[in-house]
Design a protein around this ligand. Structure first.
Ligand code: ADP
Ligand code: MG
Length: 246
């Protein structure tokens, strides 16, 4: 497969929660190595979009393809997709009774059946990369929120995903810890990881994104490089949103 083909493609995606039309004819394609930041008001469908991409949320119509394949509905193919699309949430979701190292090793060993020694080495090098190697034998509660979120990123990377989805990864953090998490994400972006990032951190959007996507009321309203979007937003809704947060 030519690497020029986009990694993630959504075409005409619709999603309802009962009568609520939360994704309205959403089309979006994400190139390999591209970093797309998704912004928009609360309730506009950003989390649902992320969840649809790794099929935590089924869609009602339209198509989503990942790496050239339609999203599988179930079974082994779905498990494989999930392991190829890492997800980092606002709440870190680490296992409280497992050590940091065990948390990072769990997926590759249990889900994918990889050799423990191989996974341990990879996990330690990932913990080193996010600056947590010295805490490997501690438990999540012994770490700060920023450290726990960096562990969550290492855990996602341990599965060697083709893309990472971040849903407001810094929203639950104390302000002084936001920077250390964004630094790790910025480094990943520079290294060429394909990323979809829902965030209110406009500094990150400006410096690390290739493209900013603005959502409102379930619609993808604008999609533009950050400079263009921030300097010259085209829609009234985007201008209104930016005036409130900047
Ligand atoms: P955002 O992440 O942009 O804040 P969401 O994708 O979480 O928005 O939600 C979009 C809309 O869908 C909101 O109106 C929300 O209340 C609704 N919604 C989200 N999840 C569910 C659900 N599981 N059941 C019913 N409604 C939901
Ligand atoms: Mg959300």
């Amino acid at each position: 497969m030519p690497t020029s083909e986009p990694l993630i493609v959504l075409e005409g995606v619709n999603k309802y929660f009962g009568p609520l039309h939360v994704l309205q004819d959403v089309s979006l394609s994400v190139d390999r190595g591209e970093v797309v930041v998704v912004i928009g008001p609360s309730g506009s469908g950003k989390s649902t979009l992320c969840r649809a991409i790794n099929r935590l949320e089924p869609i009602n119509s339209g198509t989503i393809t990942f790496d050239g394949q339609a999203l599988p509905a179930e079974g082994k193919a779905l498990a494989k997709l999930r392991s190829e699309v890492g997800m980092v949430f606002q709440s870190f979701n680490l296992f409280a009774h497992k050590t940091i190292l065990q948390n990072v090793m769990l997926g590759p060993v249990k889900v994918r059946g990889e050799k423990v020694a191989v996974v341990r080495e990879r996990a330690m090098s990932l913990l080193d990369r996010v600056g947590i190697a010295s805490q490997a034998d501690k438990f999540p509660a012994q770490l700060s929120g920023g450290q726990q979120q960096r562990v969550a990123i290492a855990r996602a990377l341990a599965m060697q995903p083709k893309a990472l989805l971040f849903d407001e990864p810094t929203s639950a953090l104390d302000p002084e810890m936001v920077g250390e998490v964004l630094d790790v994400m910025t480094a990943l972006a520079r290294e060429g990881m394909t990323m979809v990032v829902v965030t209110h951190e406009m500094g990150f959007a400006r410096h690390a994104a290739n493209r900013v996507v603005f959502m409102a009321d379930g619609q993808l309203v604008e999609s533009a490089p950050p400079v263009e979007f921030f300097e010259n937003p085209k829609s009234e809704r985007a201008r209104d949103f930016l005036s409130k947060i900047l």
